[in-house]
Structure formats: C-alpha cells, structure tokens
Design a protein around this ligand. Structure first.
Ligand SMILES: [Zn+2]
Length: 183
C-alpha cells in the first residue's frame, strides 16, 4: 500500500508534534507503525511539511537528515513525545524527560549540516513549544493519541482533526447506540 503525507498527518499544528506523530498508534505495540522507519518517507515528509505543516511559515524549507544524523532525529522525536505526553496525560513536568529533550535538541542542532535540516528545525520547533504560549495548548487526541495544538478559542478541542478522528468517534458512538437499541 502506498502511503502519502496528507493534511491530516500534519494535524499537530507544530512541526515537532507532527514529527512525534510519525509513529501511528504509538500506545498499541501490535498495531504501531513507524512512518520514519523508511528513509524515503522522511524525504517525503519534508516535501509535504513545507506545504502542510502548521509551522510552514517558520520552516519554509526542510531537508531530510543525512543517514548519519537520522538517529538524532529519531532520538529527538522520542524525547519530544515522552516529555509532552507525560506533561499532558499525567500533568507531570518531569525534570529527567525535560533534560532528555533538551539534550536531544542540542544534539540535533549541533550535528545538523545546516539550519534547514529537519532535525534542526524540529529542535527549534520543540524550543518554541517549551518556551512559548503554545505549551498551554498541547493536547492528546481522544481518538488516535496524537499530540496536537488546540487553537480553538475556548480551548476545548478533543480531536487532532475533527474531519477524521471526530467523525470516527461519532460513527463508533452511533454504531454502539444502534446496537444497544437492537438488543
Ligand atoms: Zn486524532
């Protein structure tokens, strides 16, 4: 099956969150898929992100990491997910997870061949989330578990993407209700 980086896959609203969301169904070990496992998919992520990422104005050019730097991108992705997920899910601002995230960001910045490299742009996106007002808007999607920025006025979004995850939940609820009525 061919895979495309559709607009839905950039529902994170920040480059660092879209990178973290490149692991699909992270919590379900058996169903989990790492979209960055194939380097071509990191290449196509960069091509799509400059058009679809919520931070496309901040990062108008993105270059895939060199093979030597691929692991530092993955380390940064995992540290990003771990820190923000713990913060949002458990309300725990963990010093160790933050230190890991800062180390992974520093490594990505230090090793990147130039500032348009995906790993250095992701690190800058992380630092923006840590230090800026968007930190308060990070959420975990109630359907797919992705991290996303809630930009709604009353900060009440529960789906990363209403058109996809919101509808899936609505359909599941409808199906359950129909089933219950039938019993
Ligand atoms: Zn979702």
């Amino acid at each position: 099956m061919t895979f495309t980086w559709t607009a839905h896959r950039f529902a994170g609203g920040a480059l660092a969150l879209d990178v973290a969301n490149s692991v699909i169904l992270r919590a379900e070990t058996e169903k989990s898929v790492d979209r960055f496992a194939a380097s071509e998919q990191i290449d196509s992520f960069c091509e799509a992100a400059i058009l679809l990422s919520g931070e496309r104005d901040v990062f108008p050019a993105l270059l895939p990491p060199t093979s030597a730097n691929r692991q530092s991108l993955i380390d940064l992705r995992e540290a990003t997910d771990r820190y923000f997920r713990t913060l949002i899910a458990d309300g725990l601002d963990d010093d160790g997870a933050l230190a890991d995230l800062l180390t992974a960001s520093a490594n990505a910045l230090r090793n990147a061949p130039n500032k348009h490299s995906l790993e250095s742009s992701t690190a800058r996106s992380v630092l923006g989330l840590l230090a800026g007002p968007d930190r308060e808007r990070i959420r975990i999607c109630g359907n797919c578990g992705w991290l996303f920025l809630d930009r709604s006025k009353n900060r009440s979004r529960i789906w990363c993407d209403m058109a996809v995850c919101g509808n899936r939940q609505k359909a599941a609820k409808h199906y359950r209700r129909k089933k219950e009525t039938a019993l």
